[in-house]
Design a protein around this ligand. Structure first.
Ligand code: GLA
Length: 382
């Protein structure tokens, strides 16, 4: 459906001969706000994705159309050509970052569309950057690796969107693999695929359907807190370049030199990095009860120490706990979006039904529910 609609739209606007590409959104089992601290994450690409149809146009302009918004934008490839429309900045940013890496990008026509819910913590923007990056790399034979495409997407966020994000989302979107989570070391970018088939359990996302304002500036502030703590620790331990290199004892040593808030943020990150490692050990033993417990601990930390939760997410988390769900936590950057829940298969329906009802009674919104299916990363579809 999505595929035929986007191709049809491309043909109507730009004629035949466009090529269709896709790149998915992601989930993350555990390891939140650890990526920009050089820690580990455990994401997987999902069956919700962004799509683009692309064709070189022989000019020096990019003609872009966002199908779902019914908007168009025309812009060049020079730094001063930055488009107005928010969605077009992602395309422009990817082009600019490729040019900065020594490539020349001729003009092209492009239509974008997708079914990754926006603002739900499933990384629709990384999916878009990755789809566009993958498409241009293929169309113009640029020779970037998937890892480089992920870095280009991340740099787009930094320089053209204004979010100082880590590498997790773009990495998962570009390098995802069906049926597997990616255990990614965000300092070295070394990674390993961990097959994920939790027998007797399933992963369910519950979308609060709220996105709180200023999420991106709050996100950048969290990152700054972490950087200030690193600076303080590095004065005593010069080998510490990122919170990944620090431990709780080192943090304690600088307690008087950093604000209480920064302290709390760093404490969460150091604990979360360890939690991910513990979770990976539990996964090796198919010990999903421990995995679930770690997820609850993550939620607690994200809510109380990192302060990126909100009443709606806390409500869903509490409800899961009350109903005996194995694991539950806010997923992604926070401030709205989804909880990710590890639920016993035979009680999943009841959990979803009861929780959705209770949430609707309390907040007047019906939460959206998604079963998680882990899929491959970016690819060409025709
Ligand atoms: C957002 C960012 C990621 C990561 C998560 C939190 O999704 O884009 O880089 O920091 O938040 O784990």
């Amino acid at each position: 459906m999505m595929r035929s609609k986007i191709k049809e739209t491309f043909e109507e606007r730009f004629g035949s001969g466009g090529t269709l590409y896709t790149s998915p959104g992601r989930i993350n089992l555990i390891g939140e706000h650890t990526d920009y601290n050089g820690g580990f994450v455990l994401p997987g690409a999902i069956d919700k994705a962004m799509y683009c149809v692309v064709k070189p146009n022989g000019k020096d302009k990019i003609n872009a159309c966002a199908l779902d918004l019914n908007e168009t934008s025309v812009f060049g490839t020079k730094e001063e050509d930055k488009p107005e429309a928010g969605w077009a900045k992602y395309i422009f940013g990817v082009v600019r970052e490729m040019i900065k890496r020594g490539k020349s990008i001729p003009g092209f026509d492009i239509v974008i569309s997708g079914d990754v819910p926006l603002g739900a913590g499933m990384s629709s923007s990384a999916a878009l950057e990755s789809a566009v990056g993958y498409a241009l790399n293929d169309q113009f034979r640029l020779g970037f690796t998937r890892q480089e495409l992920a870095t280009i997407g991340q740099a787009t966020e930094h320089h053209y969107v204004g979010v100082k994000c880590g590498i997790m989302d773009q990495f998962a979107s570009c390098l995802g693999k069906e049926g597997a989570l990616i255990r990614l070391d965000c300092r070295s970018l070394a990674y390993e695929y961990i097959p994920f088939h939790p027998k007797g359990y399933k992963l369910v996302l519950l979308n609060t359907c709220v996105t709180h304002e200023l999420a991106s500036s709050a996100y950048n502030k969290r990152r700054e807190s972490c950087e200030r703590v690193v600076e303080a620790i590095a004065r005593k331990h010069p080998e510490v370049k990122l919170l990944r290199d620090a431990n709780l004892n080192m943090l304690k040593e600088v307690e008087k030199e950093v604000s209480a808030e920064d302290y709390m943020r760093a404490e969460f990150v150091i604990e979360e990095i360890q939690r991910l490692l513990d979770t990976c050990e539990a996964l090796k033993k198919d010990d999903y009860e421990t995995v679930g417990r770690k997820m609850y601990e993550t939620h607690e930390g994200l809510s109380k120490k990192y302060e990126v939760s909100c009443p709606e997410l806390d409500f869903l988390n509490n409800k899961a706990k009350e109903l005996g769900v194995t694991g539950s936590r806010v997923m992604g950057g926070g401030f709205g979006g989804c909880t990710i829940n590890l639920v016993k298969e035979n009680s999943a329906d009841e959990f979803v039904k009861k929780t959705a009802e209770a949430y609707e009674n309390k907040f007047g919104i019906r939460p959206k529910v998604y079963d998680v299916v882990i899929k491959d990363g970016a690819k060409r579809l025709d």
